[in-house]
Design a protein around this ligand. Sequence first.
Ligand code: ATP
Ligand code: AH0
Length: 394
Amino acid sequence: MNQNLQQLFTIAQKPERLCIGLMSGTSLDGLDIALCSFSGNGVQTSFKLINFTTIPYQDKFKDEVKQVFAKRHADLQQVTLLNAYIGTYHAELILQALAGWNIKPSEVDFIASHGQTIYHAPKHQHGQAGYANATLQIGDGDHIAVKTGIITISDFRQKHIAAGGEGAPLALYGDVILGSKPSENRILLNIGGIANLTYLPGDGNLSKVISTDIGPGNTLIDAACREYFGKPYDADAEIAYSGTVNDTLLEALLHHPFFNEQLPKTTGPELFNLEYVANAQQATRDLNIAKADLVATLSAFTARTIVQFIAKNFQVDDLHIFASGGGARNPYVMEQIKKALPKATIGNTSDIGINPDAKEAILFAALGNEALCGEPMPIGSNPAVLMGKFSFPK
Ligand SMILES: Nc1ncnc2c1ncn2[C@@H]1O[C@H](COP(=O)(O)OP(=O)(O)OP(=O)(O)O)[C@@H](O)[C@H]1O
Ligand SMILES: CC(=O)N[C@H]1[C@@H]2OC[C@@H](O2)[C@@H](O)[C@@H]1O[C@H](C)C(=O)O
């Protein structure tokens, strides 16, 4: 028998599995590495976050990825080189993190790697006749497996698309497993580059779970900070607080068919970028807005799209919202959300035992655990599939 299959069989039967979940998001800030242990599967899963770190990317690496990231036209050689390079680079960062935690690679049962999204193209966004939903994550799993010596599960989004989804959000599978609570209507709201949420009804009826992207999280705020202030992001919303929201521009930003698309829907910086902002400014015929006012307006845009979505789709006086992602650290955005939804309880996912910075890396670890020993779970209209491809060190 192929020894790799034998090893998978053994790991799947262990009472507890030690694993690493990896996320490299659209903000391109760094690699999130979560060391977790899992027992069981599906709604019977129990999980512990043992260690977590985000290793920031070097500027040179960010610049190289940005050459192809969310670009309609890119150098195919660069994409090819990056696919292998990111796999090897992520493997090096994993080995570095494990050494810091005094864990030997041989102790880890598997790695679950998201890779780096370089292009996300749901049909409603690409609009090309004859083509279905599509998405592309690079950072090849074989390179991670060979370099670390650890079985690696990767490329989770393709199966979701093959089975009729948009390849995202995948958070719902982890949110149902790790974040549900009987008799409490919950929303797990992740504000990363793009904001998304999962609604978990307190009656446990999985057919009522809703999970979708909402719109921009930090991506426009970050882009404006980079472009006009030479900063990677608006730390503690200092710039937003120093500016004033331009209501006319805010209305123009809110005017886009994406916000009326059917659920579930997904998006990315392919749509929400500085060109989107420039088009909205053109529509207002006011191109001379002060740069701090622009950052304030983009921050208000993020908060407003989240608030409008929640107010339109849920009964807010019986709702517990738990935020996560880097945007949950943006006081301006969070303040506006709390002010506009006074009847909902709003906290962050640490209130329910999930580290808000680690949440997406934990999600991929949970998806890896399902790929090894779970069963497809029907949740609403979402594809009931096990996702991920297996790579072996030998
Ligand atoms: N102290 C802070 N003040 C304001 N914003 C912050 C702060 N800390 C983090 N952020 C925001 O969070 C971003 C990083 O968020 P996160 O790591 O969740 O993104 P991501 O994982 O790349 O996103 P995605 O989930 O879309 O893939 C930063 O770029 C910044 O915009
Ligand atoms: C294609 C892609 O990488 N999408 C990401 C991105 O970041 C947030 C949002 O857009 C979400 O849809 C998704 O990631 C999370 C982990 C998800 O699939 O749930």
